[in-house]
Design a binder for this molecule. Structure first.
Ligand code: PHE
Length: 470
């Protein structure tokens, strides 16, 4: 308990619990919720995926999020020094963890740029053109356009981080997160009222689409398939909650000692999961209404290729709906991207003893170059790289695969071993209970971190390397 009291407060900190929860939700809610969750749910049998996802969020997601935030607040440091403080021999884990945002930052602004491109599409009334199959591909393969939007998004992000955390992340998240929630609820409700009769005279409604989204589909379910859904859901949780990449450690280091960590964690989980479920409710019934169940298999293209078709079919309302959707998606991506750059900046300031502004400027230049290279990965630097999961990827997919599929399970496994077996679960539990706070799920936490997380993460890691092929 002693070292808790010695904890030095950072100059830049969140103003209180609400500010922290909003900023953490800002990091968690991003393209993972809006784009990745709906397409995985469509691919993995709707209700069944959702059920598994919910169970895993409130067991694994909860354990990993609690660990990250408690480590950050207890040490008051960023990942590299935080792990070193927990056990000097484990400093390497801090460095590994730090590498995840370093890699993610190379491509996140590129995806952010794609979203900004679609805002421009709907602003300038090109909604019909965007509904053509080749529109998205034409855009990402055009070197000039792709780099322009990536750089633009990178500059937005850098500007917020440059101005510092309490003026930056918290201020933006406090406004953007509630606005996002209201917009997504409105579009989701609108999606349920949709109705469309196609050329064959078949009429489909939004409510039927909702049933397709929520009803578990057990048809043809095998053990192998179940394992695959489990693994899909788990990697989605890492990505969606921004855990095991040092981001929540950094944010944890900005919270004051009187904040109730336990309650905050539950609020972040509920917010992140709620937005994901609503995003599914907004996208899946719309796709179903206009394209039937066949539209569901669009995979990763769901948001950029199929959704513009939906907006185009909505006649005059489509332009406003498309604009609202992509503005909202850009907000969500921006707050997530800010959290990645913020974590890298904070770590660099600690390592190199530099000030925020010069650090941000140097990092912005580096990442602007990196974003340009990745954005050109669909034209000038086009490659076709076979990945261990069987898909063929470009540079962006390679970065994504290394950081999310390969490094995150490995880091979570090591971090669970460090907490569960080296420092002991009480090290975390004490921090959550600091100041007499209640930690209702402490027993679940201890069992998860010692036994279940290390084993499952090991399996996931083997699967990601291609060694294990269930
Ligand atoms: N959690 C964010 C999302 O759901 C993505 C993200 C990944 C944010 C990595 C920060 C770091 O989109």
């Amino acid at each position: 308990m002693q070292d808790n009291l010695k904890h030095k407060h950072k100059k830049h900190g969140f103003t209180g619990q609400l500010g922290f929860v909003m900023a953490a939700a800002g990091s968690a809610v991003g393209v993972g919720n809006l784009w990745r969750f709906p397409y995985l749910a469509a691919k993995d049998g709707g209700g069944l995926f959702i059920l598994i996802y919910l169970i895993l969020t409130f067991t694994f997601g909860f354990t990993l999020l609690t660990s990250d935030i408690a480590i950050g607040r207890r040490t008051g440091k960023n990942s590299i020094n935080a792990y070193k403080e927990m056990s000097p021999k484990w400093k390497f884990l801090g460095i590994l963890t730090f590498l995840v945002p370093v890699l993610i930052m190379t491509y996140y602004a590129v995806i952010g740029g794609w979203i900004v491109r679609y805002i421009v599409v709907y602003l300038t009334g090109q909604g019909q053109a965007a509904a053509q199959d080749s529109f998205f591909t034409d855009f990402i393969t055009s070197p000039g356009q792709a780099t322009l939007y990536a750089v633009l998004f990178m500059l937005f992000t850098a500007w917020i981080v440059f101005n510092g955390v309490e003026k930056g992340i918290e201020k933006y998240s406090r406004i953007l997160m509630p606005v996002l929630l209201v917009m997504i609820v409105a579009i989701a409700i609108f999606a349920l009222t949709l109705k469309h009769t196609d050329a064959d005279g078949v009429t489909r409604t939004g409510l039927q689409g909702l049933a397709v989204y929520l009803t578990p589909n057990f048809k043809g379910l095998t053990l192998r398939r179940l394992m695959q859904i489990l693994l899909d859901a788990m990697s989605q949780i890492f990505f969606s909650l921004s855990v095991s990449m040092g981001i929540m450690i950094t944010y944890g280091s900005y919270i004051k000692k009187d904040v109730d960590v336990n309650t905050s964690i539950h609020q972040i989980e509920v917010f992140d999961t709620g937005v994901a479920l609503l995003a599914g409710m907004m996208i899946i019934p719309s796709i179903f209404v206009f394209e039937g169940v066949e539209g569901m298999s669009a995979g990763p293209g769901l948001m950029f290729v199929s959704l513009p078709k939906v907006f185009a079919s909505m006649t005059h309302l489509g332009r406003a709906a498309g604009l609202a959707f992509f503005i909202m998606a850009a907000f969500a991506a921006l707050t997530s991207c800010v959290s990645v750059l913020e974590t890298i900046t904070a770590n660099c300031m600690e390592i190199f003893h530099t000030k925020r502004k010069p650090t941000t400027i140097v990092l912005t230049i580096i990442y602007m170059i990196a974003s340009i290279v990745i954005a050109l990965g669909y034209s000038t630097f086009y490659i076709e790289l076979p990945l261990p999961n069987g898909s063929i990827g470009q540079i962006l997919d390679l970065m994504d695969y290394i950081s999310n599929s390969f490094m995150m399970p490995f880091i979570s496994m090591l971090s669970a071993i460090l907490i569960g077996w080296v420092v002991g679960p009480d090290w975390i539990i004490e921090e959550v209970e600091f100041g007499g706070r209640k930690f209702g799920l402490r027993k679940l936490y201890a069992v998860m971190i010692r036994y279940i997380v290390p084993v499952i993460m090991f399996i996931l890691f083997l699967q990601s390397t291609g060694i294990l092929n269930l």
